[in-house]
Design a protein around this ligand. Structure first.
Ligand code: HEM
Length: 409
């Protein structure tokens, strides 16, 4: 087991295989806020921004810190980038065009209308899970609601959901052997370099999207997919395929790992359930859980000119990682940052990439799902106890509890 001595290497996925190395981030925030991580023969090294204020500074300047050369650590040729990019990997003004189009679908009041659907699904999921004396809370609870809601938002049939989620897991978890046989830093993924996340799952999702486009796969006319391929400014074929992959990847395990973090925290401190049962924390709990989970730990930018930052020079073309997971625990902004404070207000965490043009499109949906799952859970149980230590994702990009065997009562 890798012990976090404060000096773990952020390039290595194994540094994250037992949870986020928070001591390392704490040291970097204090001693080396613009730190350099060496790469290897496949992947160039990169800069790490770990302080809340610095991440905000960079995130809001999409011109200097561009998203348009890739948002993950992996290096891409221009051809690979053009073949795989979604609107998340574009800058102004291109980005704002698509963003304006999709924003209304995910706006807070629109998403709020899903409350009843979410509550019905969540109460069924919880009821079903807690009937078992012992179960994997990630599989039986955390995974279920985001998957079902993703299906409803996209407008695809429930029977396709397991398959879609499996492919989404393989994309996001492309460095974890539990989620893919094509582990990016362990096997040759050259054949898939034009596919999303350099993964064969990307090819299969492209094919699914092609079936939707050709009308051979029926989708709900009110769902996001149908709306993106009808009307005057439809997405073109490649844009549509990449948008589809983005939603399957972004809308699924991020929320799962946030709910999983909630369950993990409840299992560590039984008093949290009693506090939630008072009903005093429903306005604040989702943000606090998501702050602590921060499941997409970073996104990457690329410097478009030389930048002097603290005592370092970031060169034009260098990759810069915005470590939202670290900013969300910056002691300068958060009092007792590692503590769960269910009523934390204000809560200026960065888990959704706040303060930048790419701030998460699905954040209102994700928060609603976290809150309602917890509401439905604490109505029915007084304790949740882990009967094995949790296991964590192996990735320096996404972090979460992937297995949590519990008993409840
Ligand atoms: C707790 C759950 C979630 C977390 C922590 C999360 C995190 C993030 C972050 C950090 C970004 C910013 C990326 C950047 O700066 O480059 C982002 C963007 C995005 N998220 Fe989420 N996300 C979550 C849930 C969702 C859901 C449920 C959906 C959709 C159903 C979604 C869709 C998107 C999309 C489409 C973008 C790109 C927006 C753009 O580039 O303008 N996310 N998310």
């Amino acid at each position: 087991m890798m012990f976090d001595n404060g000096n773990l290497n952020l390039f290595e996925h194994d540094s994250f295989a037992h949870g986020v190395p928070h001591r390392t981030f704490e040291r970097l925030r204090k001693e080396d806020p613009v730190s350099w991580s060496e790469g290897n023969s496949d992947t160039r090294g990169f800069w790490n921004l770990t302080r809340h204020a610095d991440i905000l500074t960079a995130n809001k300047d999409g011109h200097l810190y561009s998203s348009a050369q890739g948002i993950r650590v992996e290096d891409q040729s221009y051809e690979e980038y053009m073949a795989r990019r979604t609107f998340q990997e574009t800058d102004m003004p291109e980005h704002s065009g698509t963003r304006r189009r999709v924003n209304p679908i995910f706006a807070k009041p629109v998403v709020a209308k899903f409350e009843t659907v979410i509550r019905n699904l969540a109460s069924n999921i919880v009821e079903k899970a807690i009937k078992k004396s012992e179960f994997d809370a990630v599989e039986e609870i955390a995974k279920q609601l985001p998957m079902m809601m993703l299906g409803r938002i996209l407008g695809v049939q429930d029977s396709d959901l397991d398959w879609l989620v499996e492919k989404g897991d393989a994309l996001i978890g492309n460095s974890d052997p539990d989620f893919t046989q094509h582990v990016v830093d362990q096997v040759d993924t050259e054949a898939y370099r034009f596919m999303p996340f350099r993964s064969p799952a990307g090819k299969q999702l492209y094919d699914y999207a092609a079936e939707v486009l050709a009308g051979r796969k029926r989708v709900d006319p009110d769902g996001v997919l149908a709306r993106m391929i009808s009307g005057d400014d439809q997405l073109d074929e490649l844009e549509f395929k990449n948008f589809f992959c983005l939603l399957v990847a972004a809308g699924n395990d991020t929320t799962r790992y946030s709910i999983a973090m909630a369950l993990h925290l409840l299992s560590q401190d039984q008093k949290l359930i009693q506090k939630l049962q008072t009903g005093h924390y429903w306005d604040t709990v989702a943000d606090e859980i998501i702050r602590l989970a921060s499941p997409t730990m970073h996104f990457r930018r690329t410097a478009t000119s030389d930048i002097q930052f603290h005592d370092k020079t970031i060169k034009e073309g260098d990759k810069v990682l915005l470590w939202f997971v670290s900013g969300s625990r910056d002691e300068v902004v958060f009092d007792n940052p590692n503590e769960v404070q269910l009523g934390r207000t204000p809560n200026r965490h960065l888990a959704f990439g706040q303060g930048g043009p790419h701030v998460c499109l699905g954040m209102h949906l994700a928060k609603l799902e976290v809150r309602i799952t917890l509401e439905e859970l604490v109505k029915r149980i007084d304790f949740i106890k882990a009967i094995q230590p949790p296991t964590w994702t192996r990735s320096n990009f996404i972090c979460g509890v992937k297995k949590l065997i519990v008993e409840v009562g």
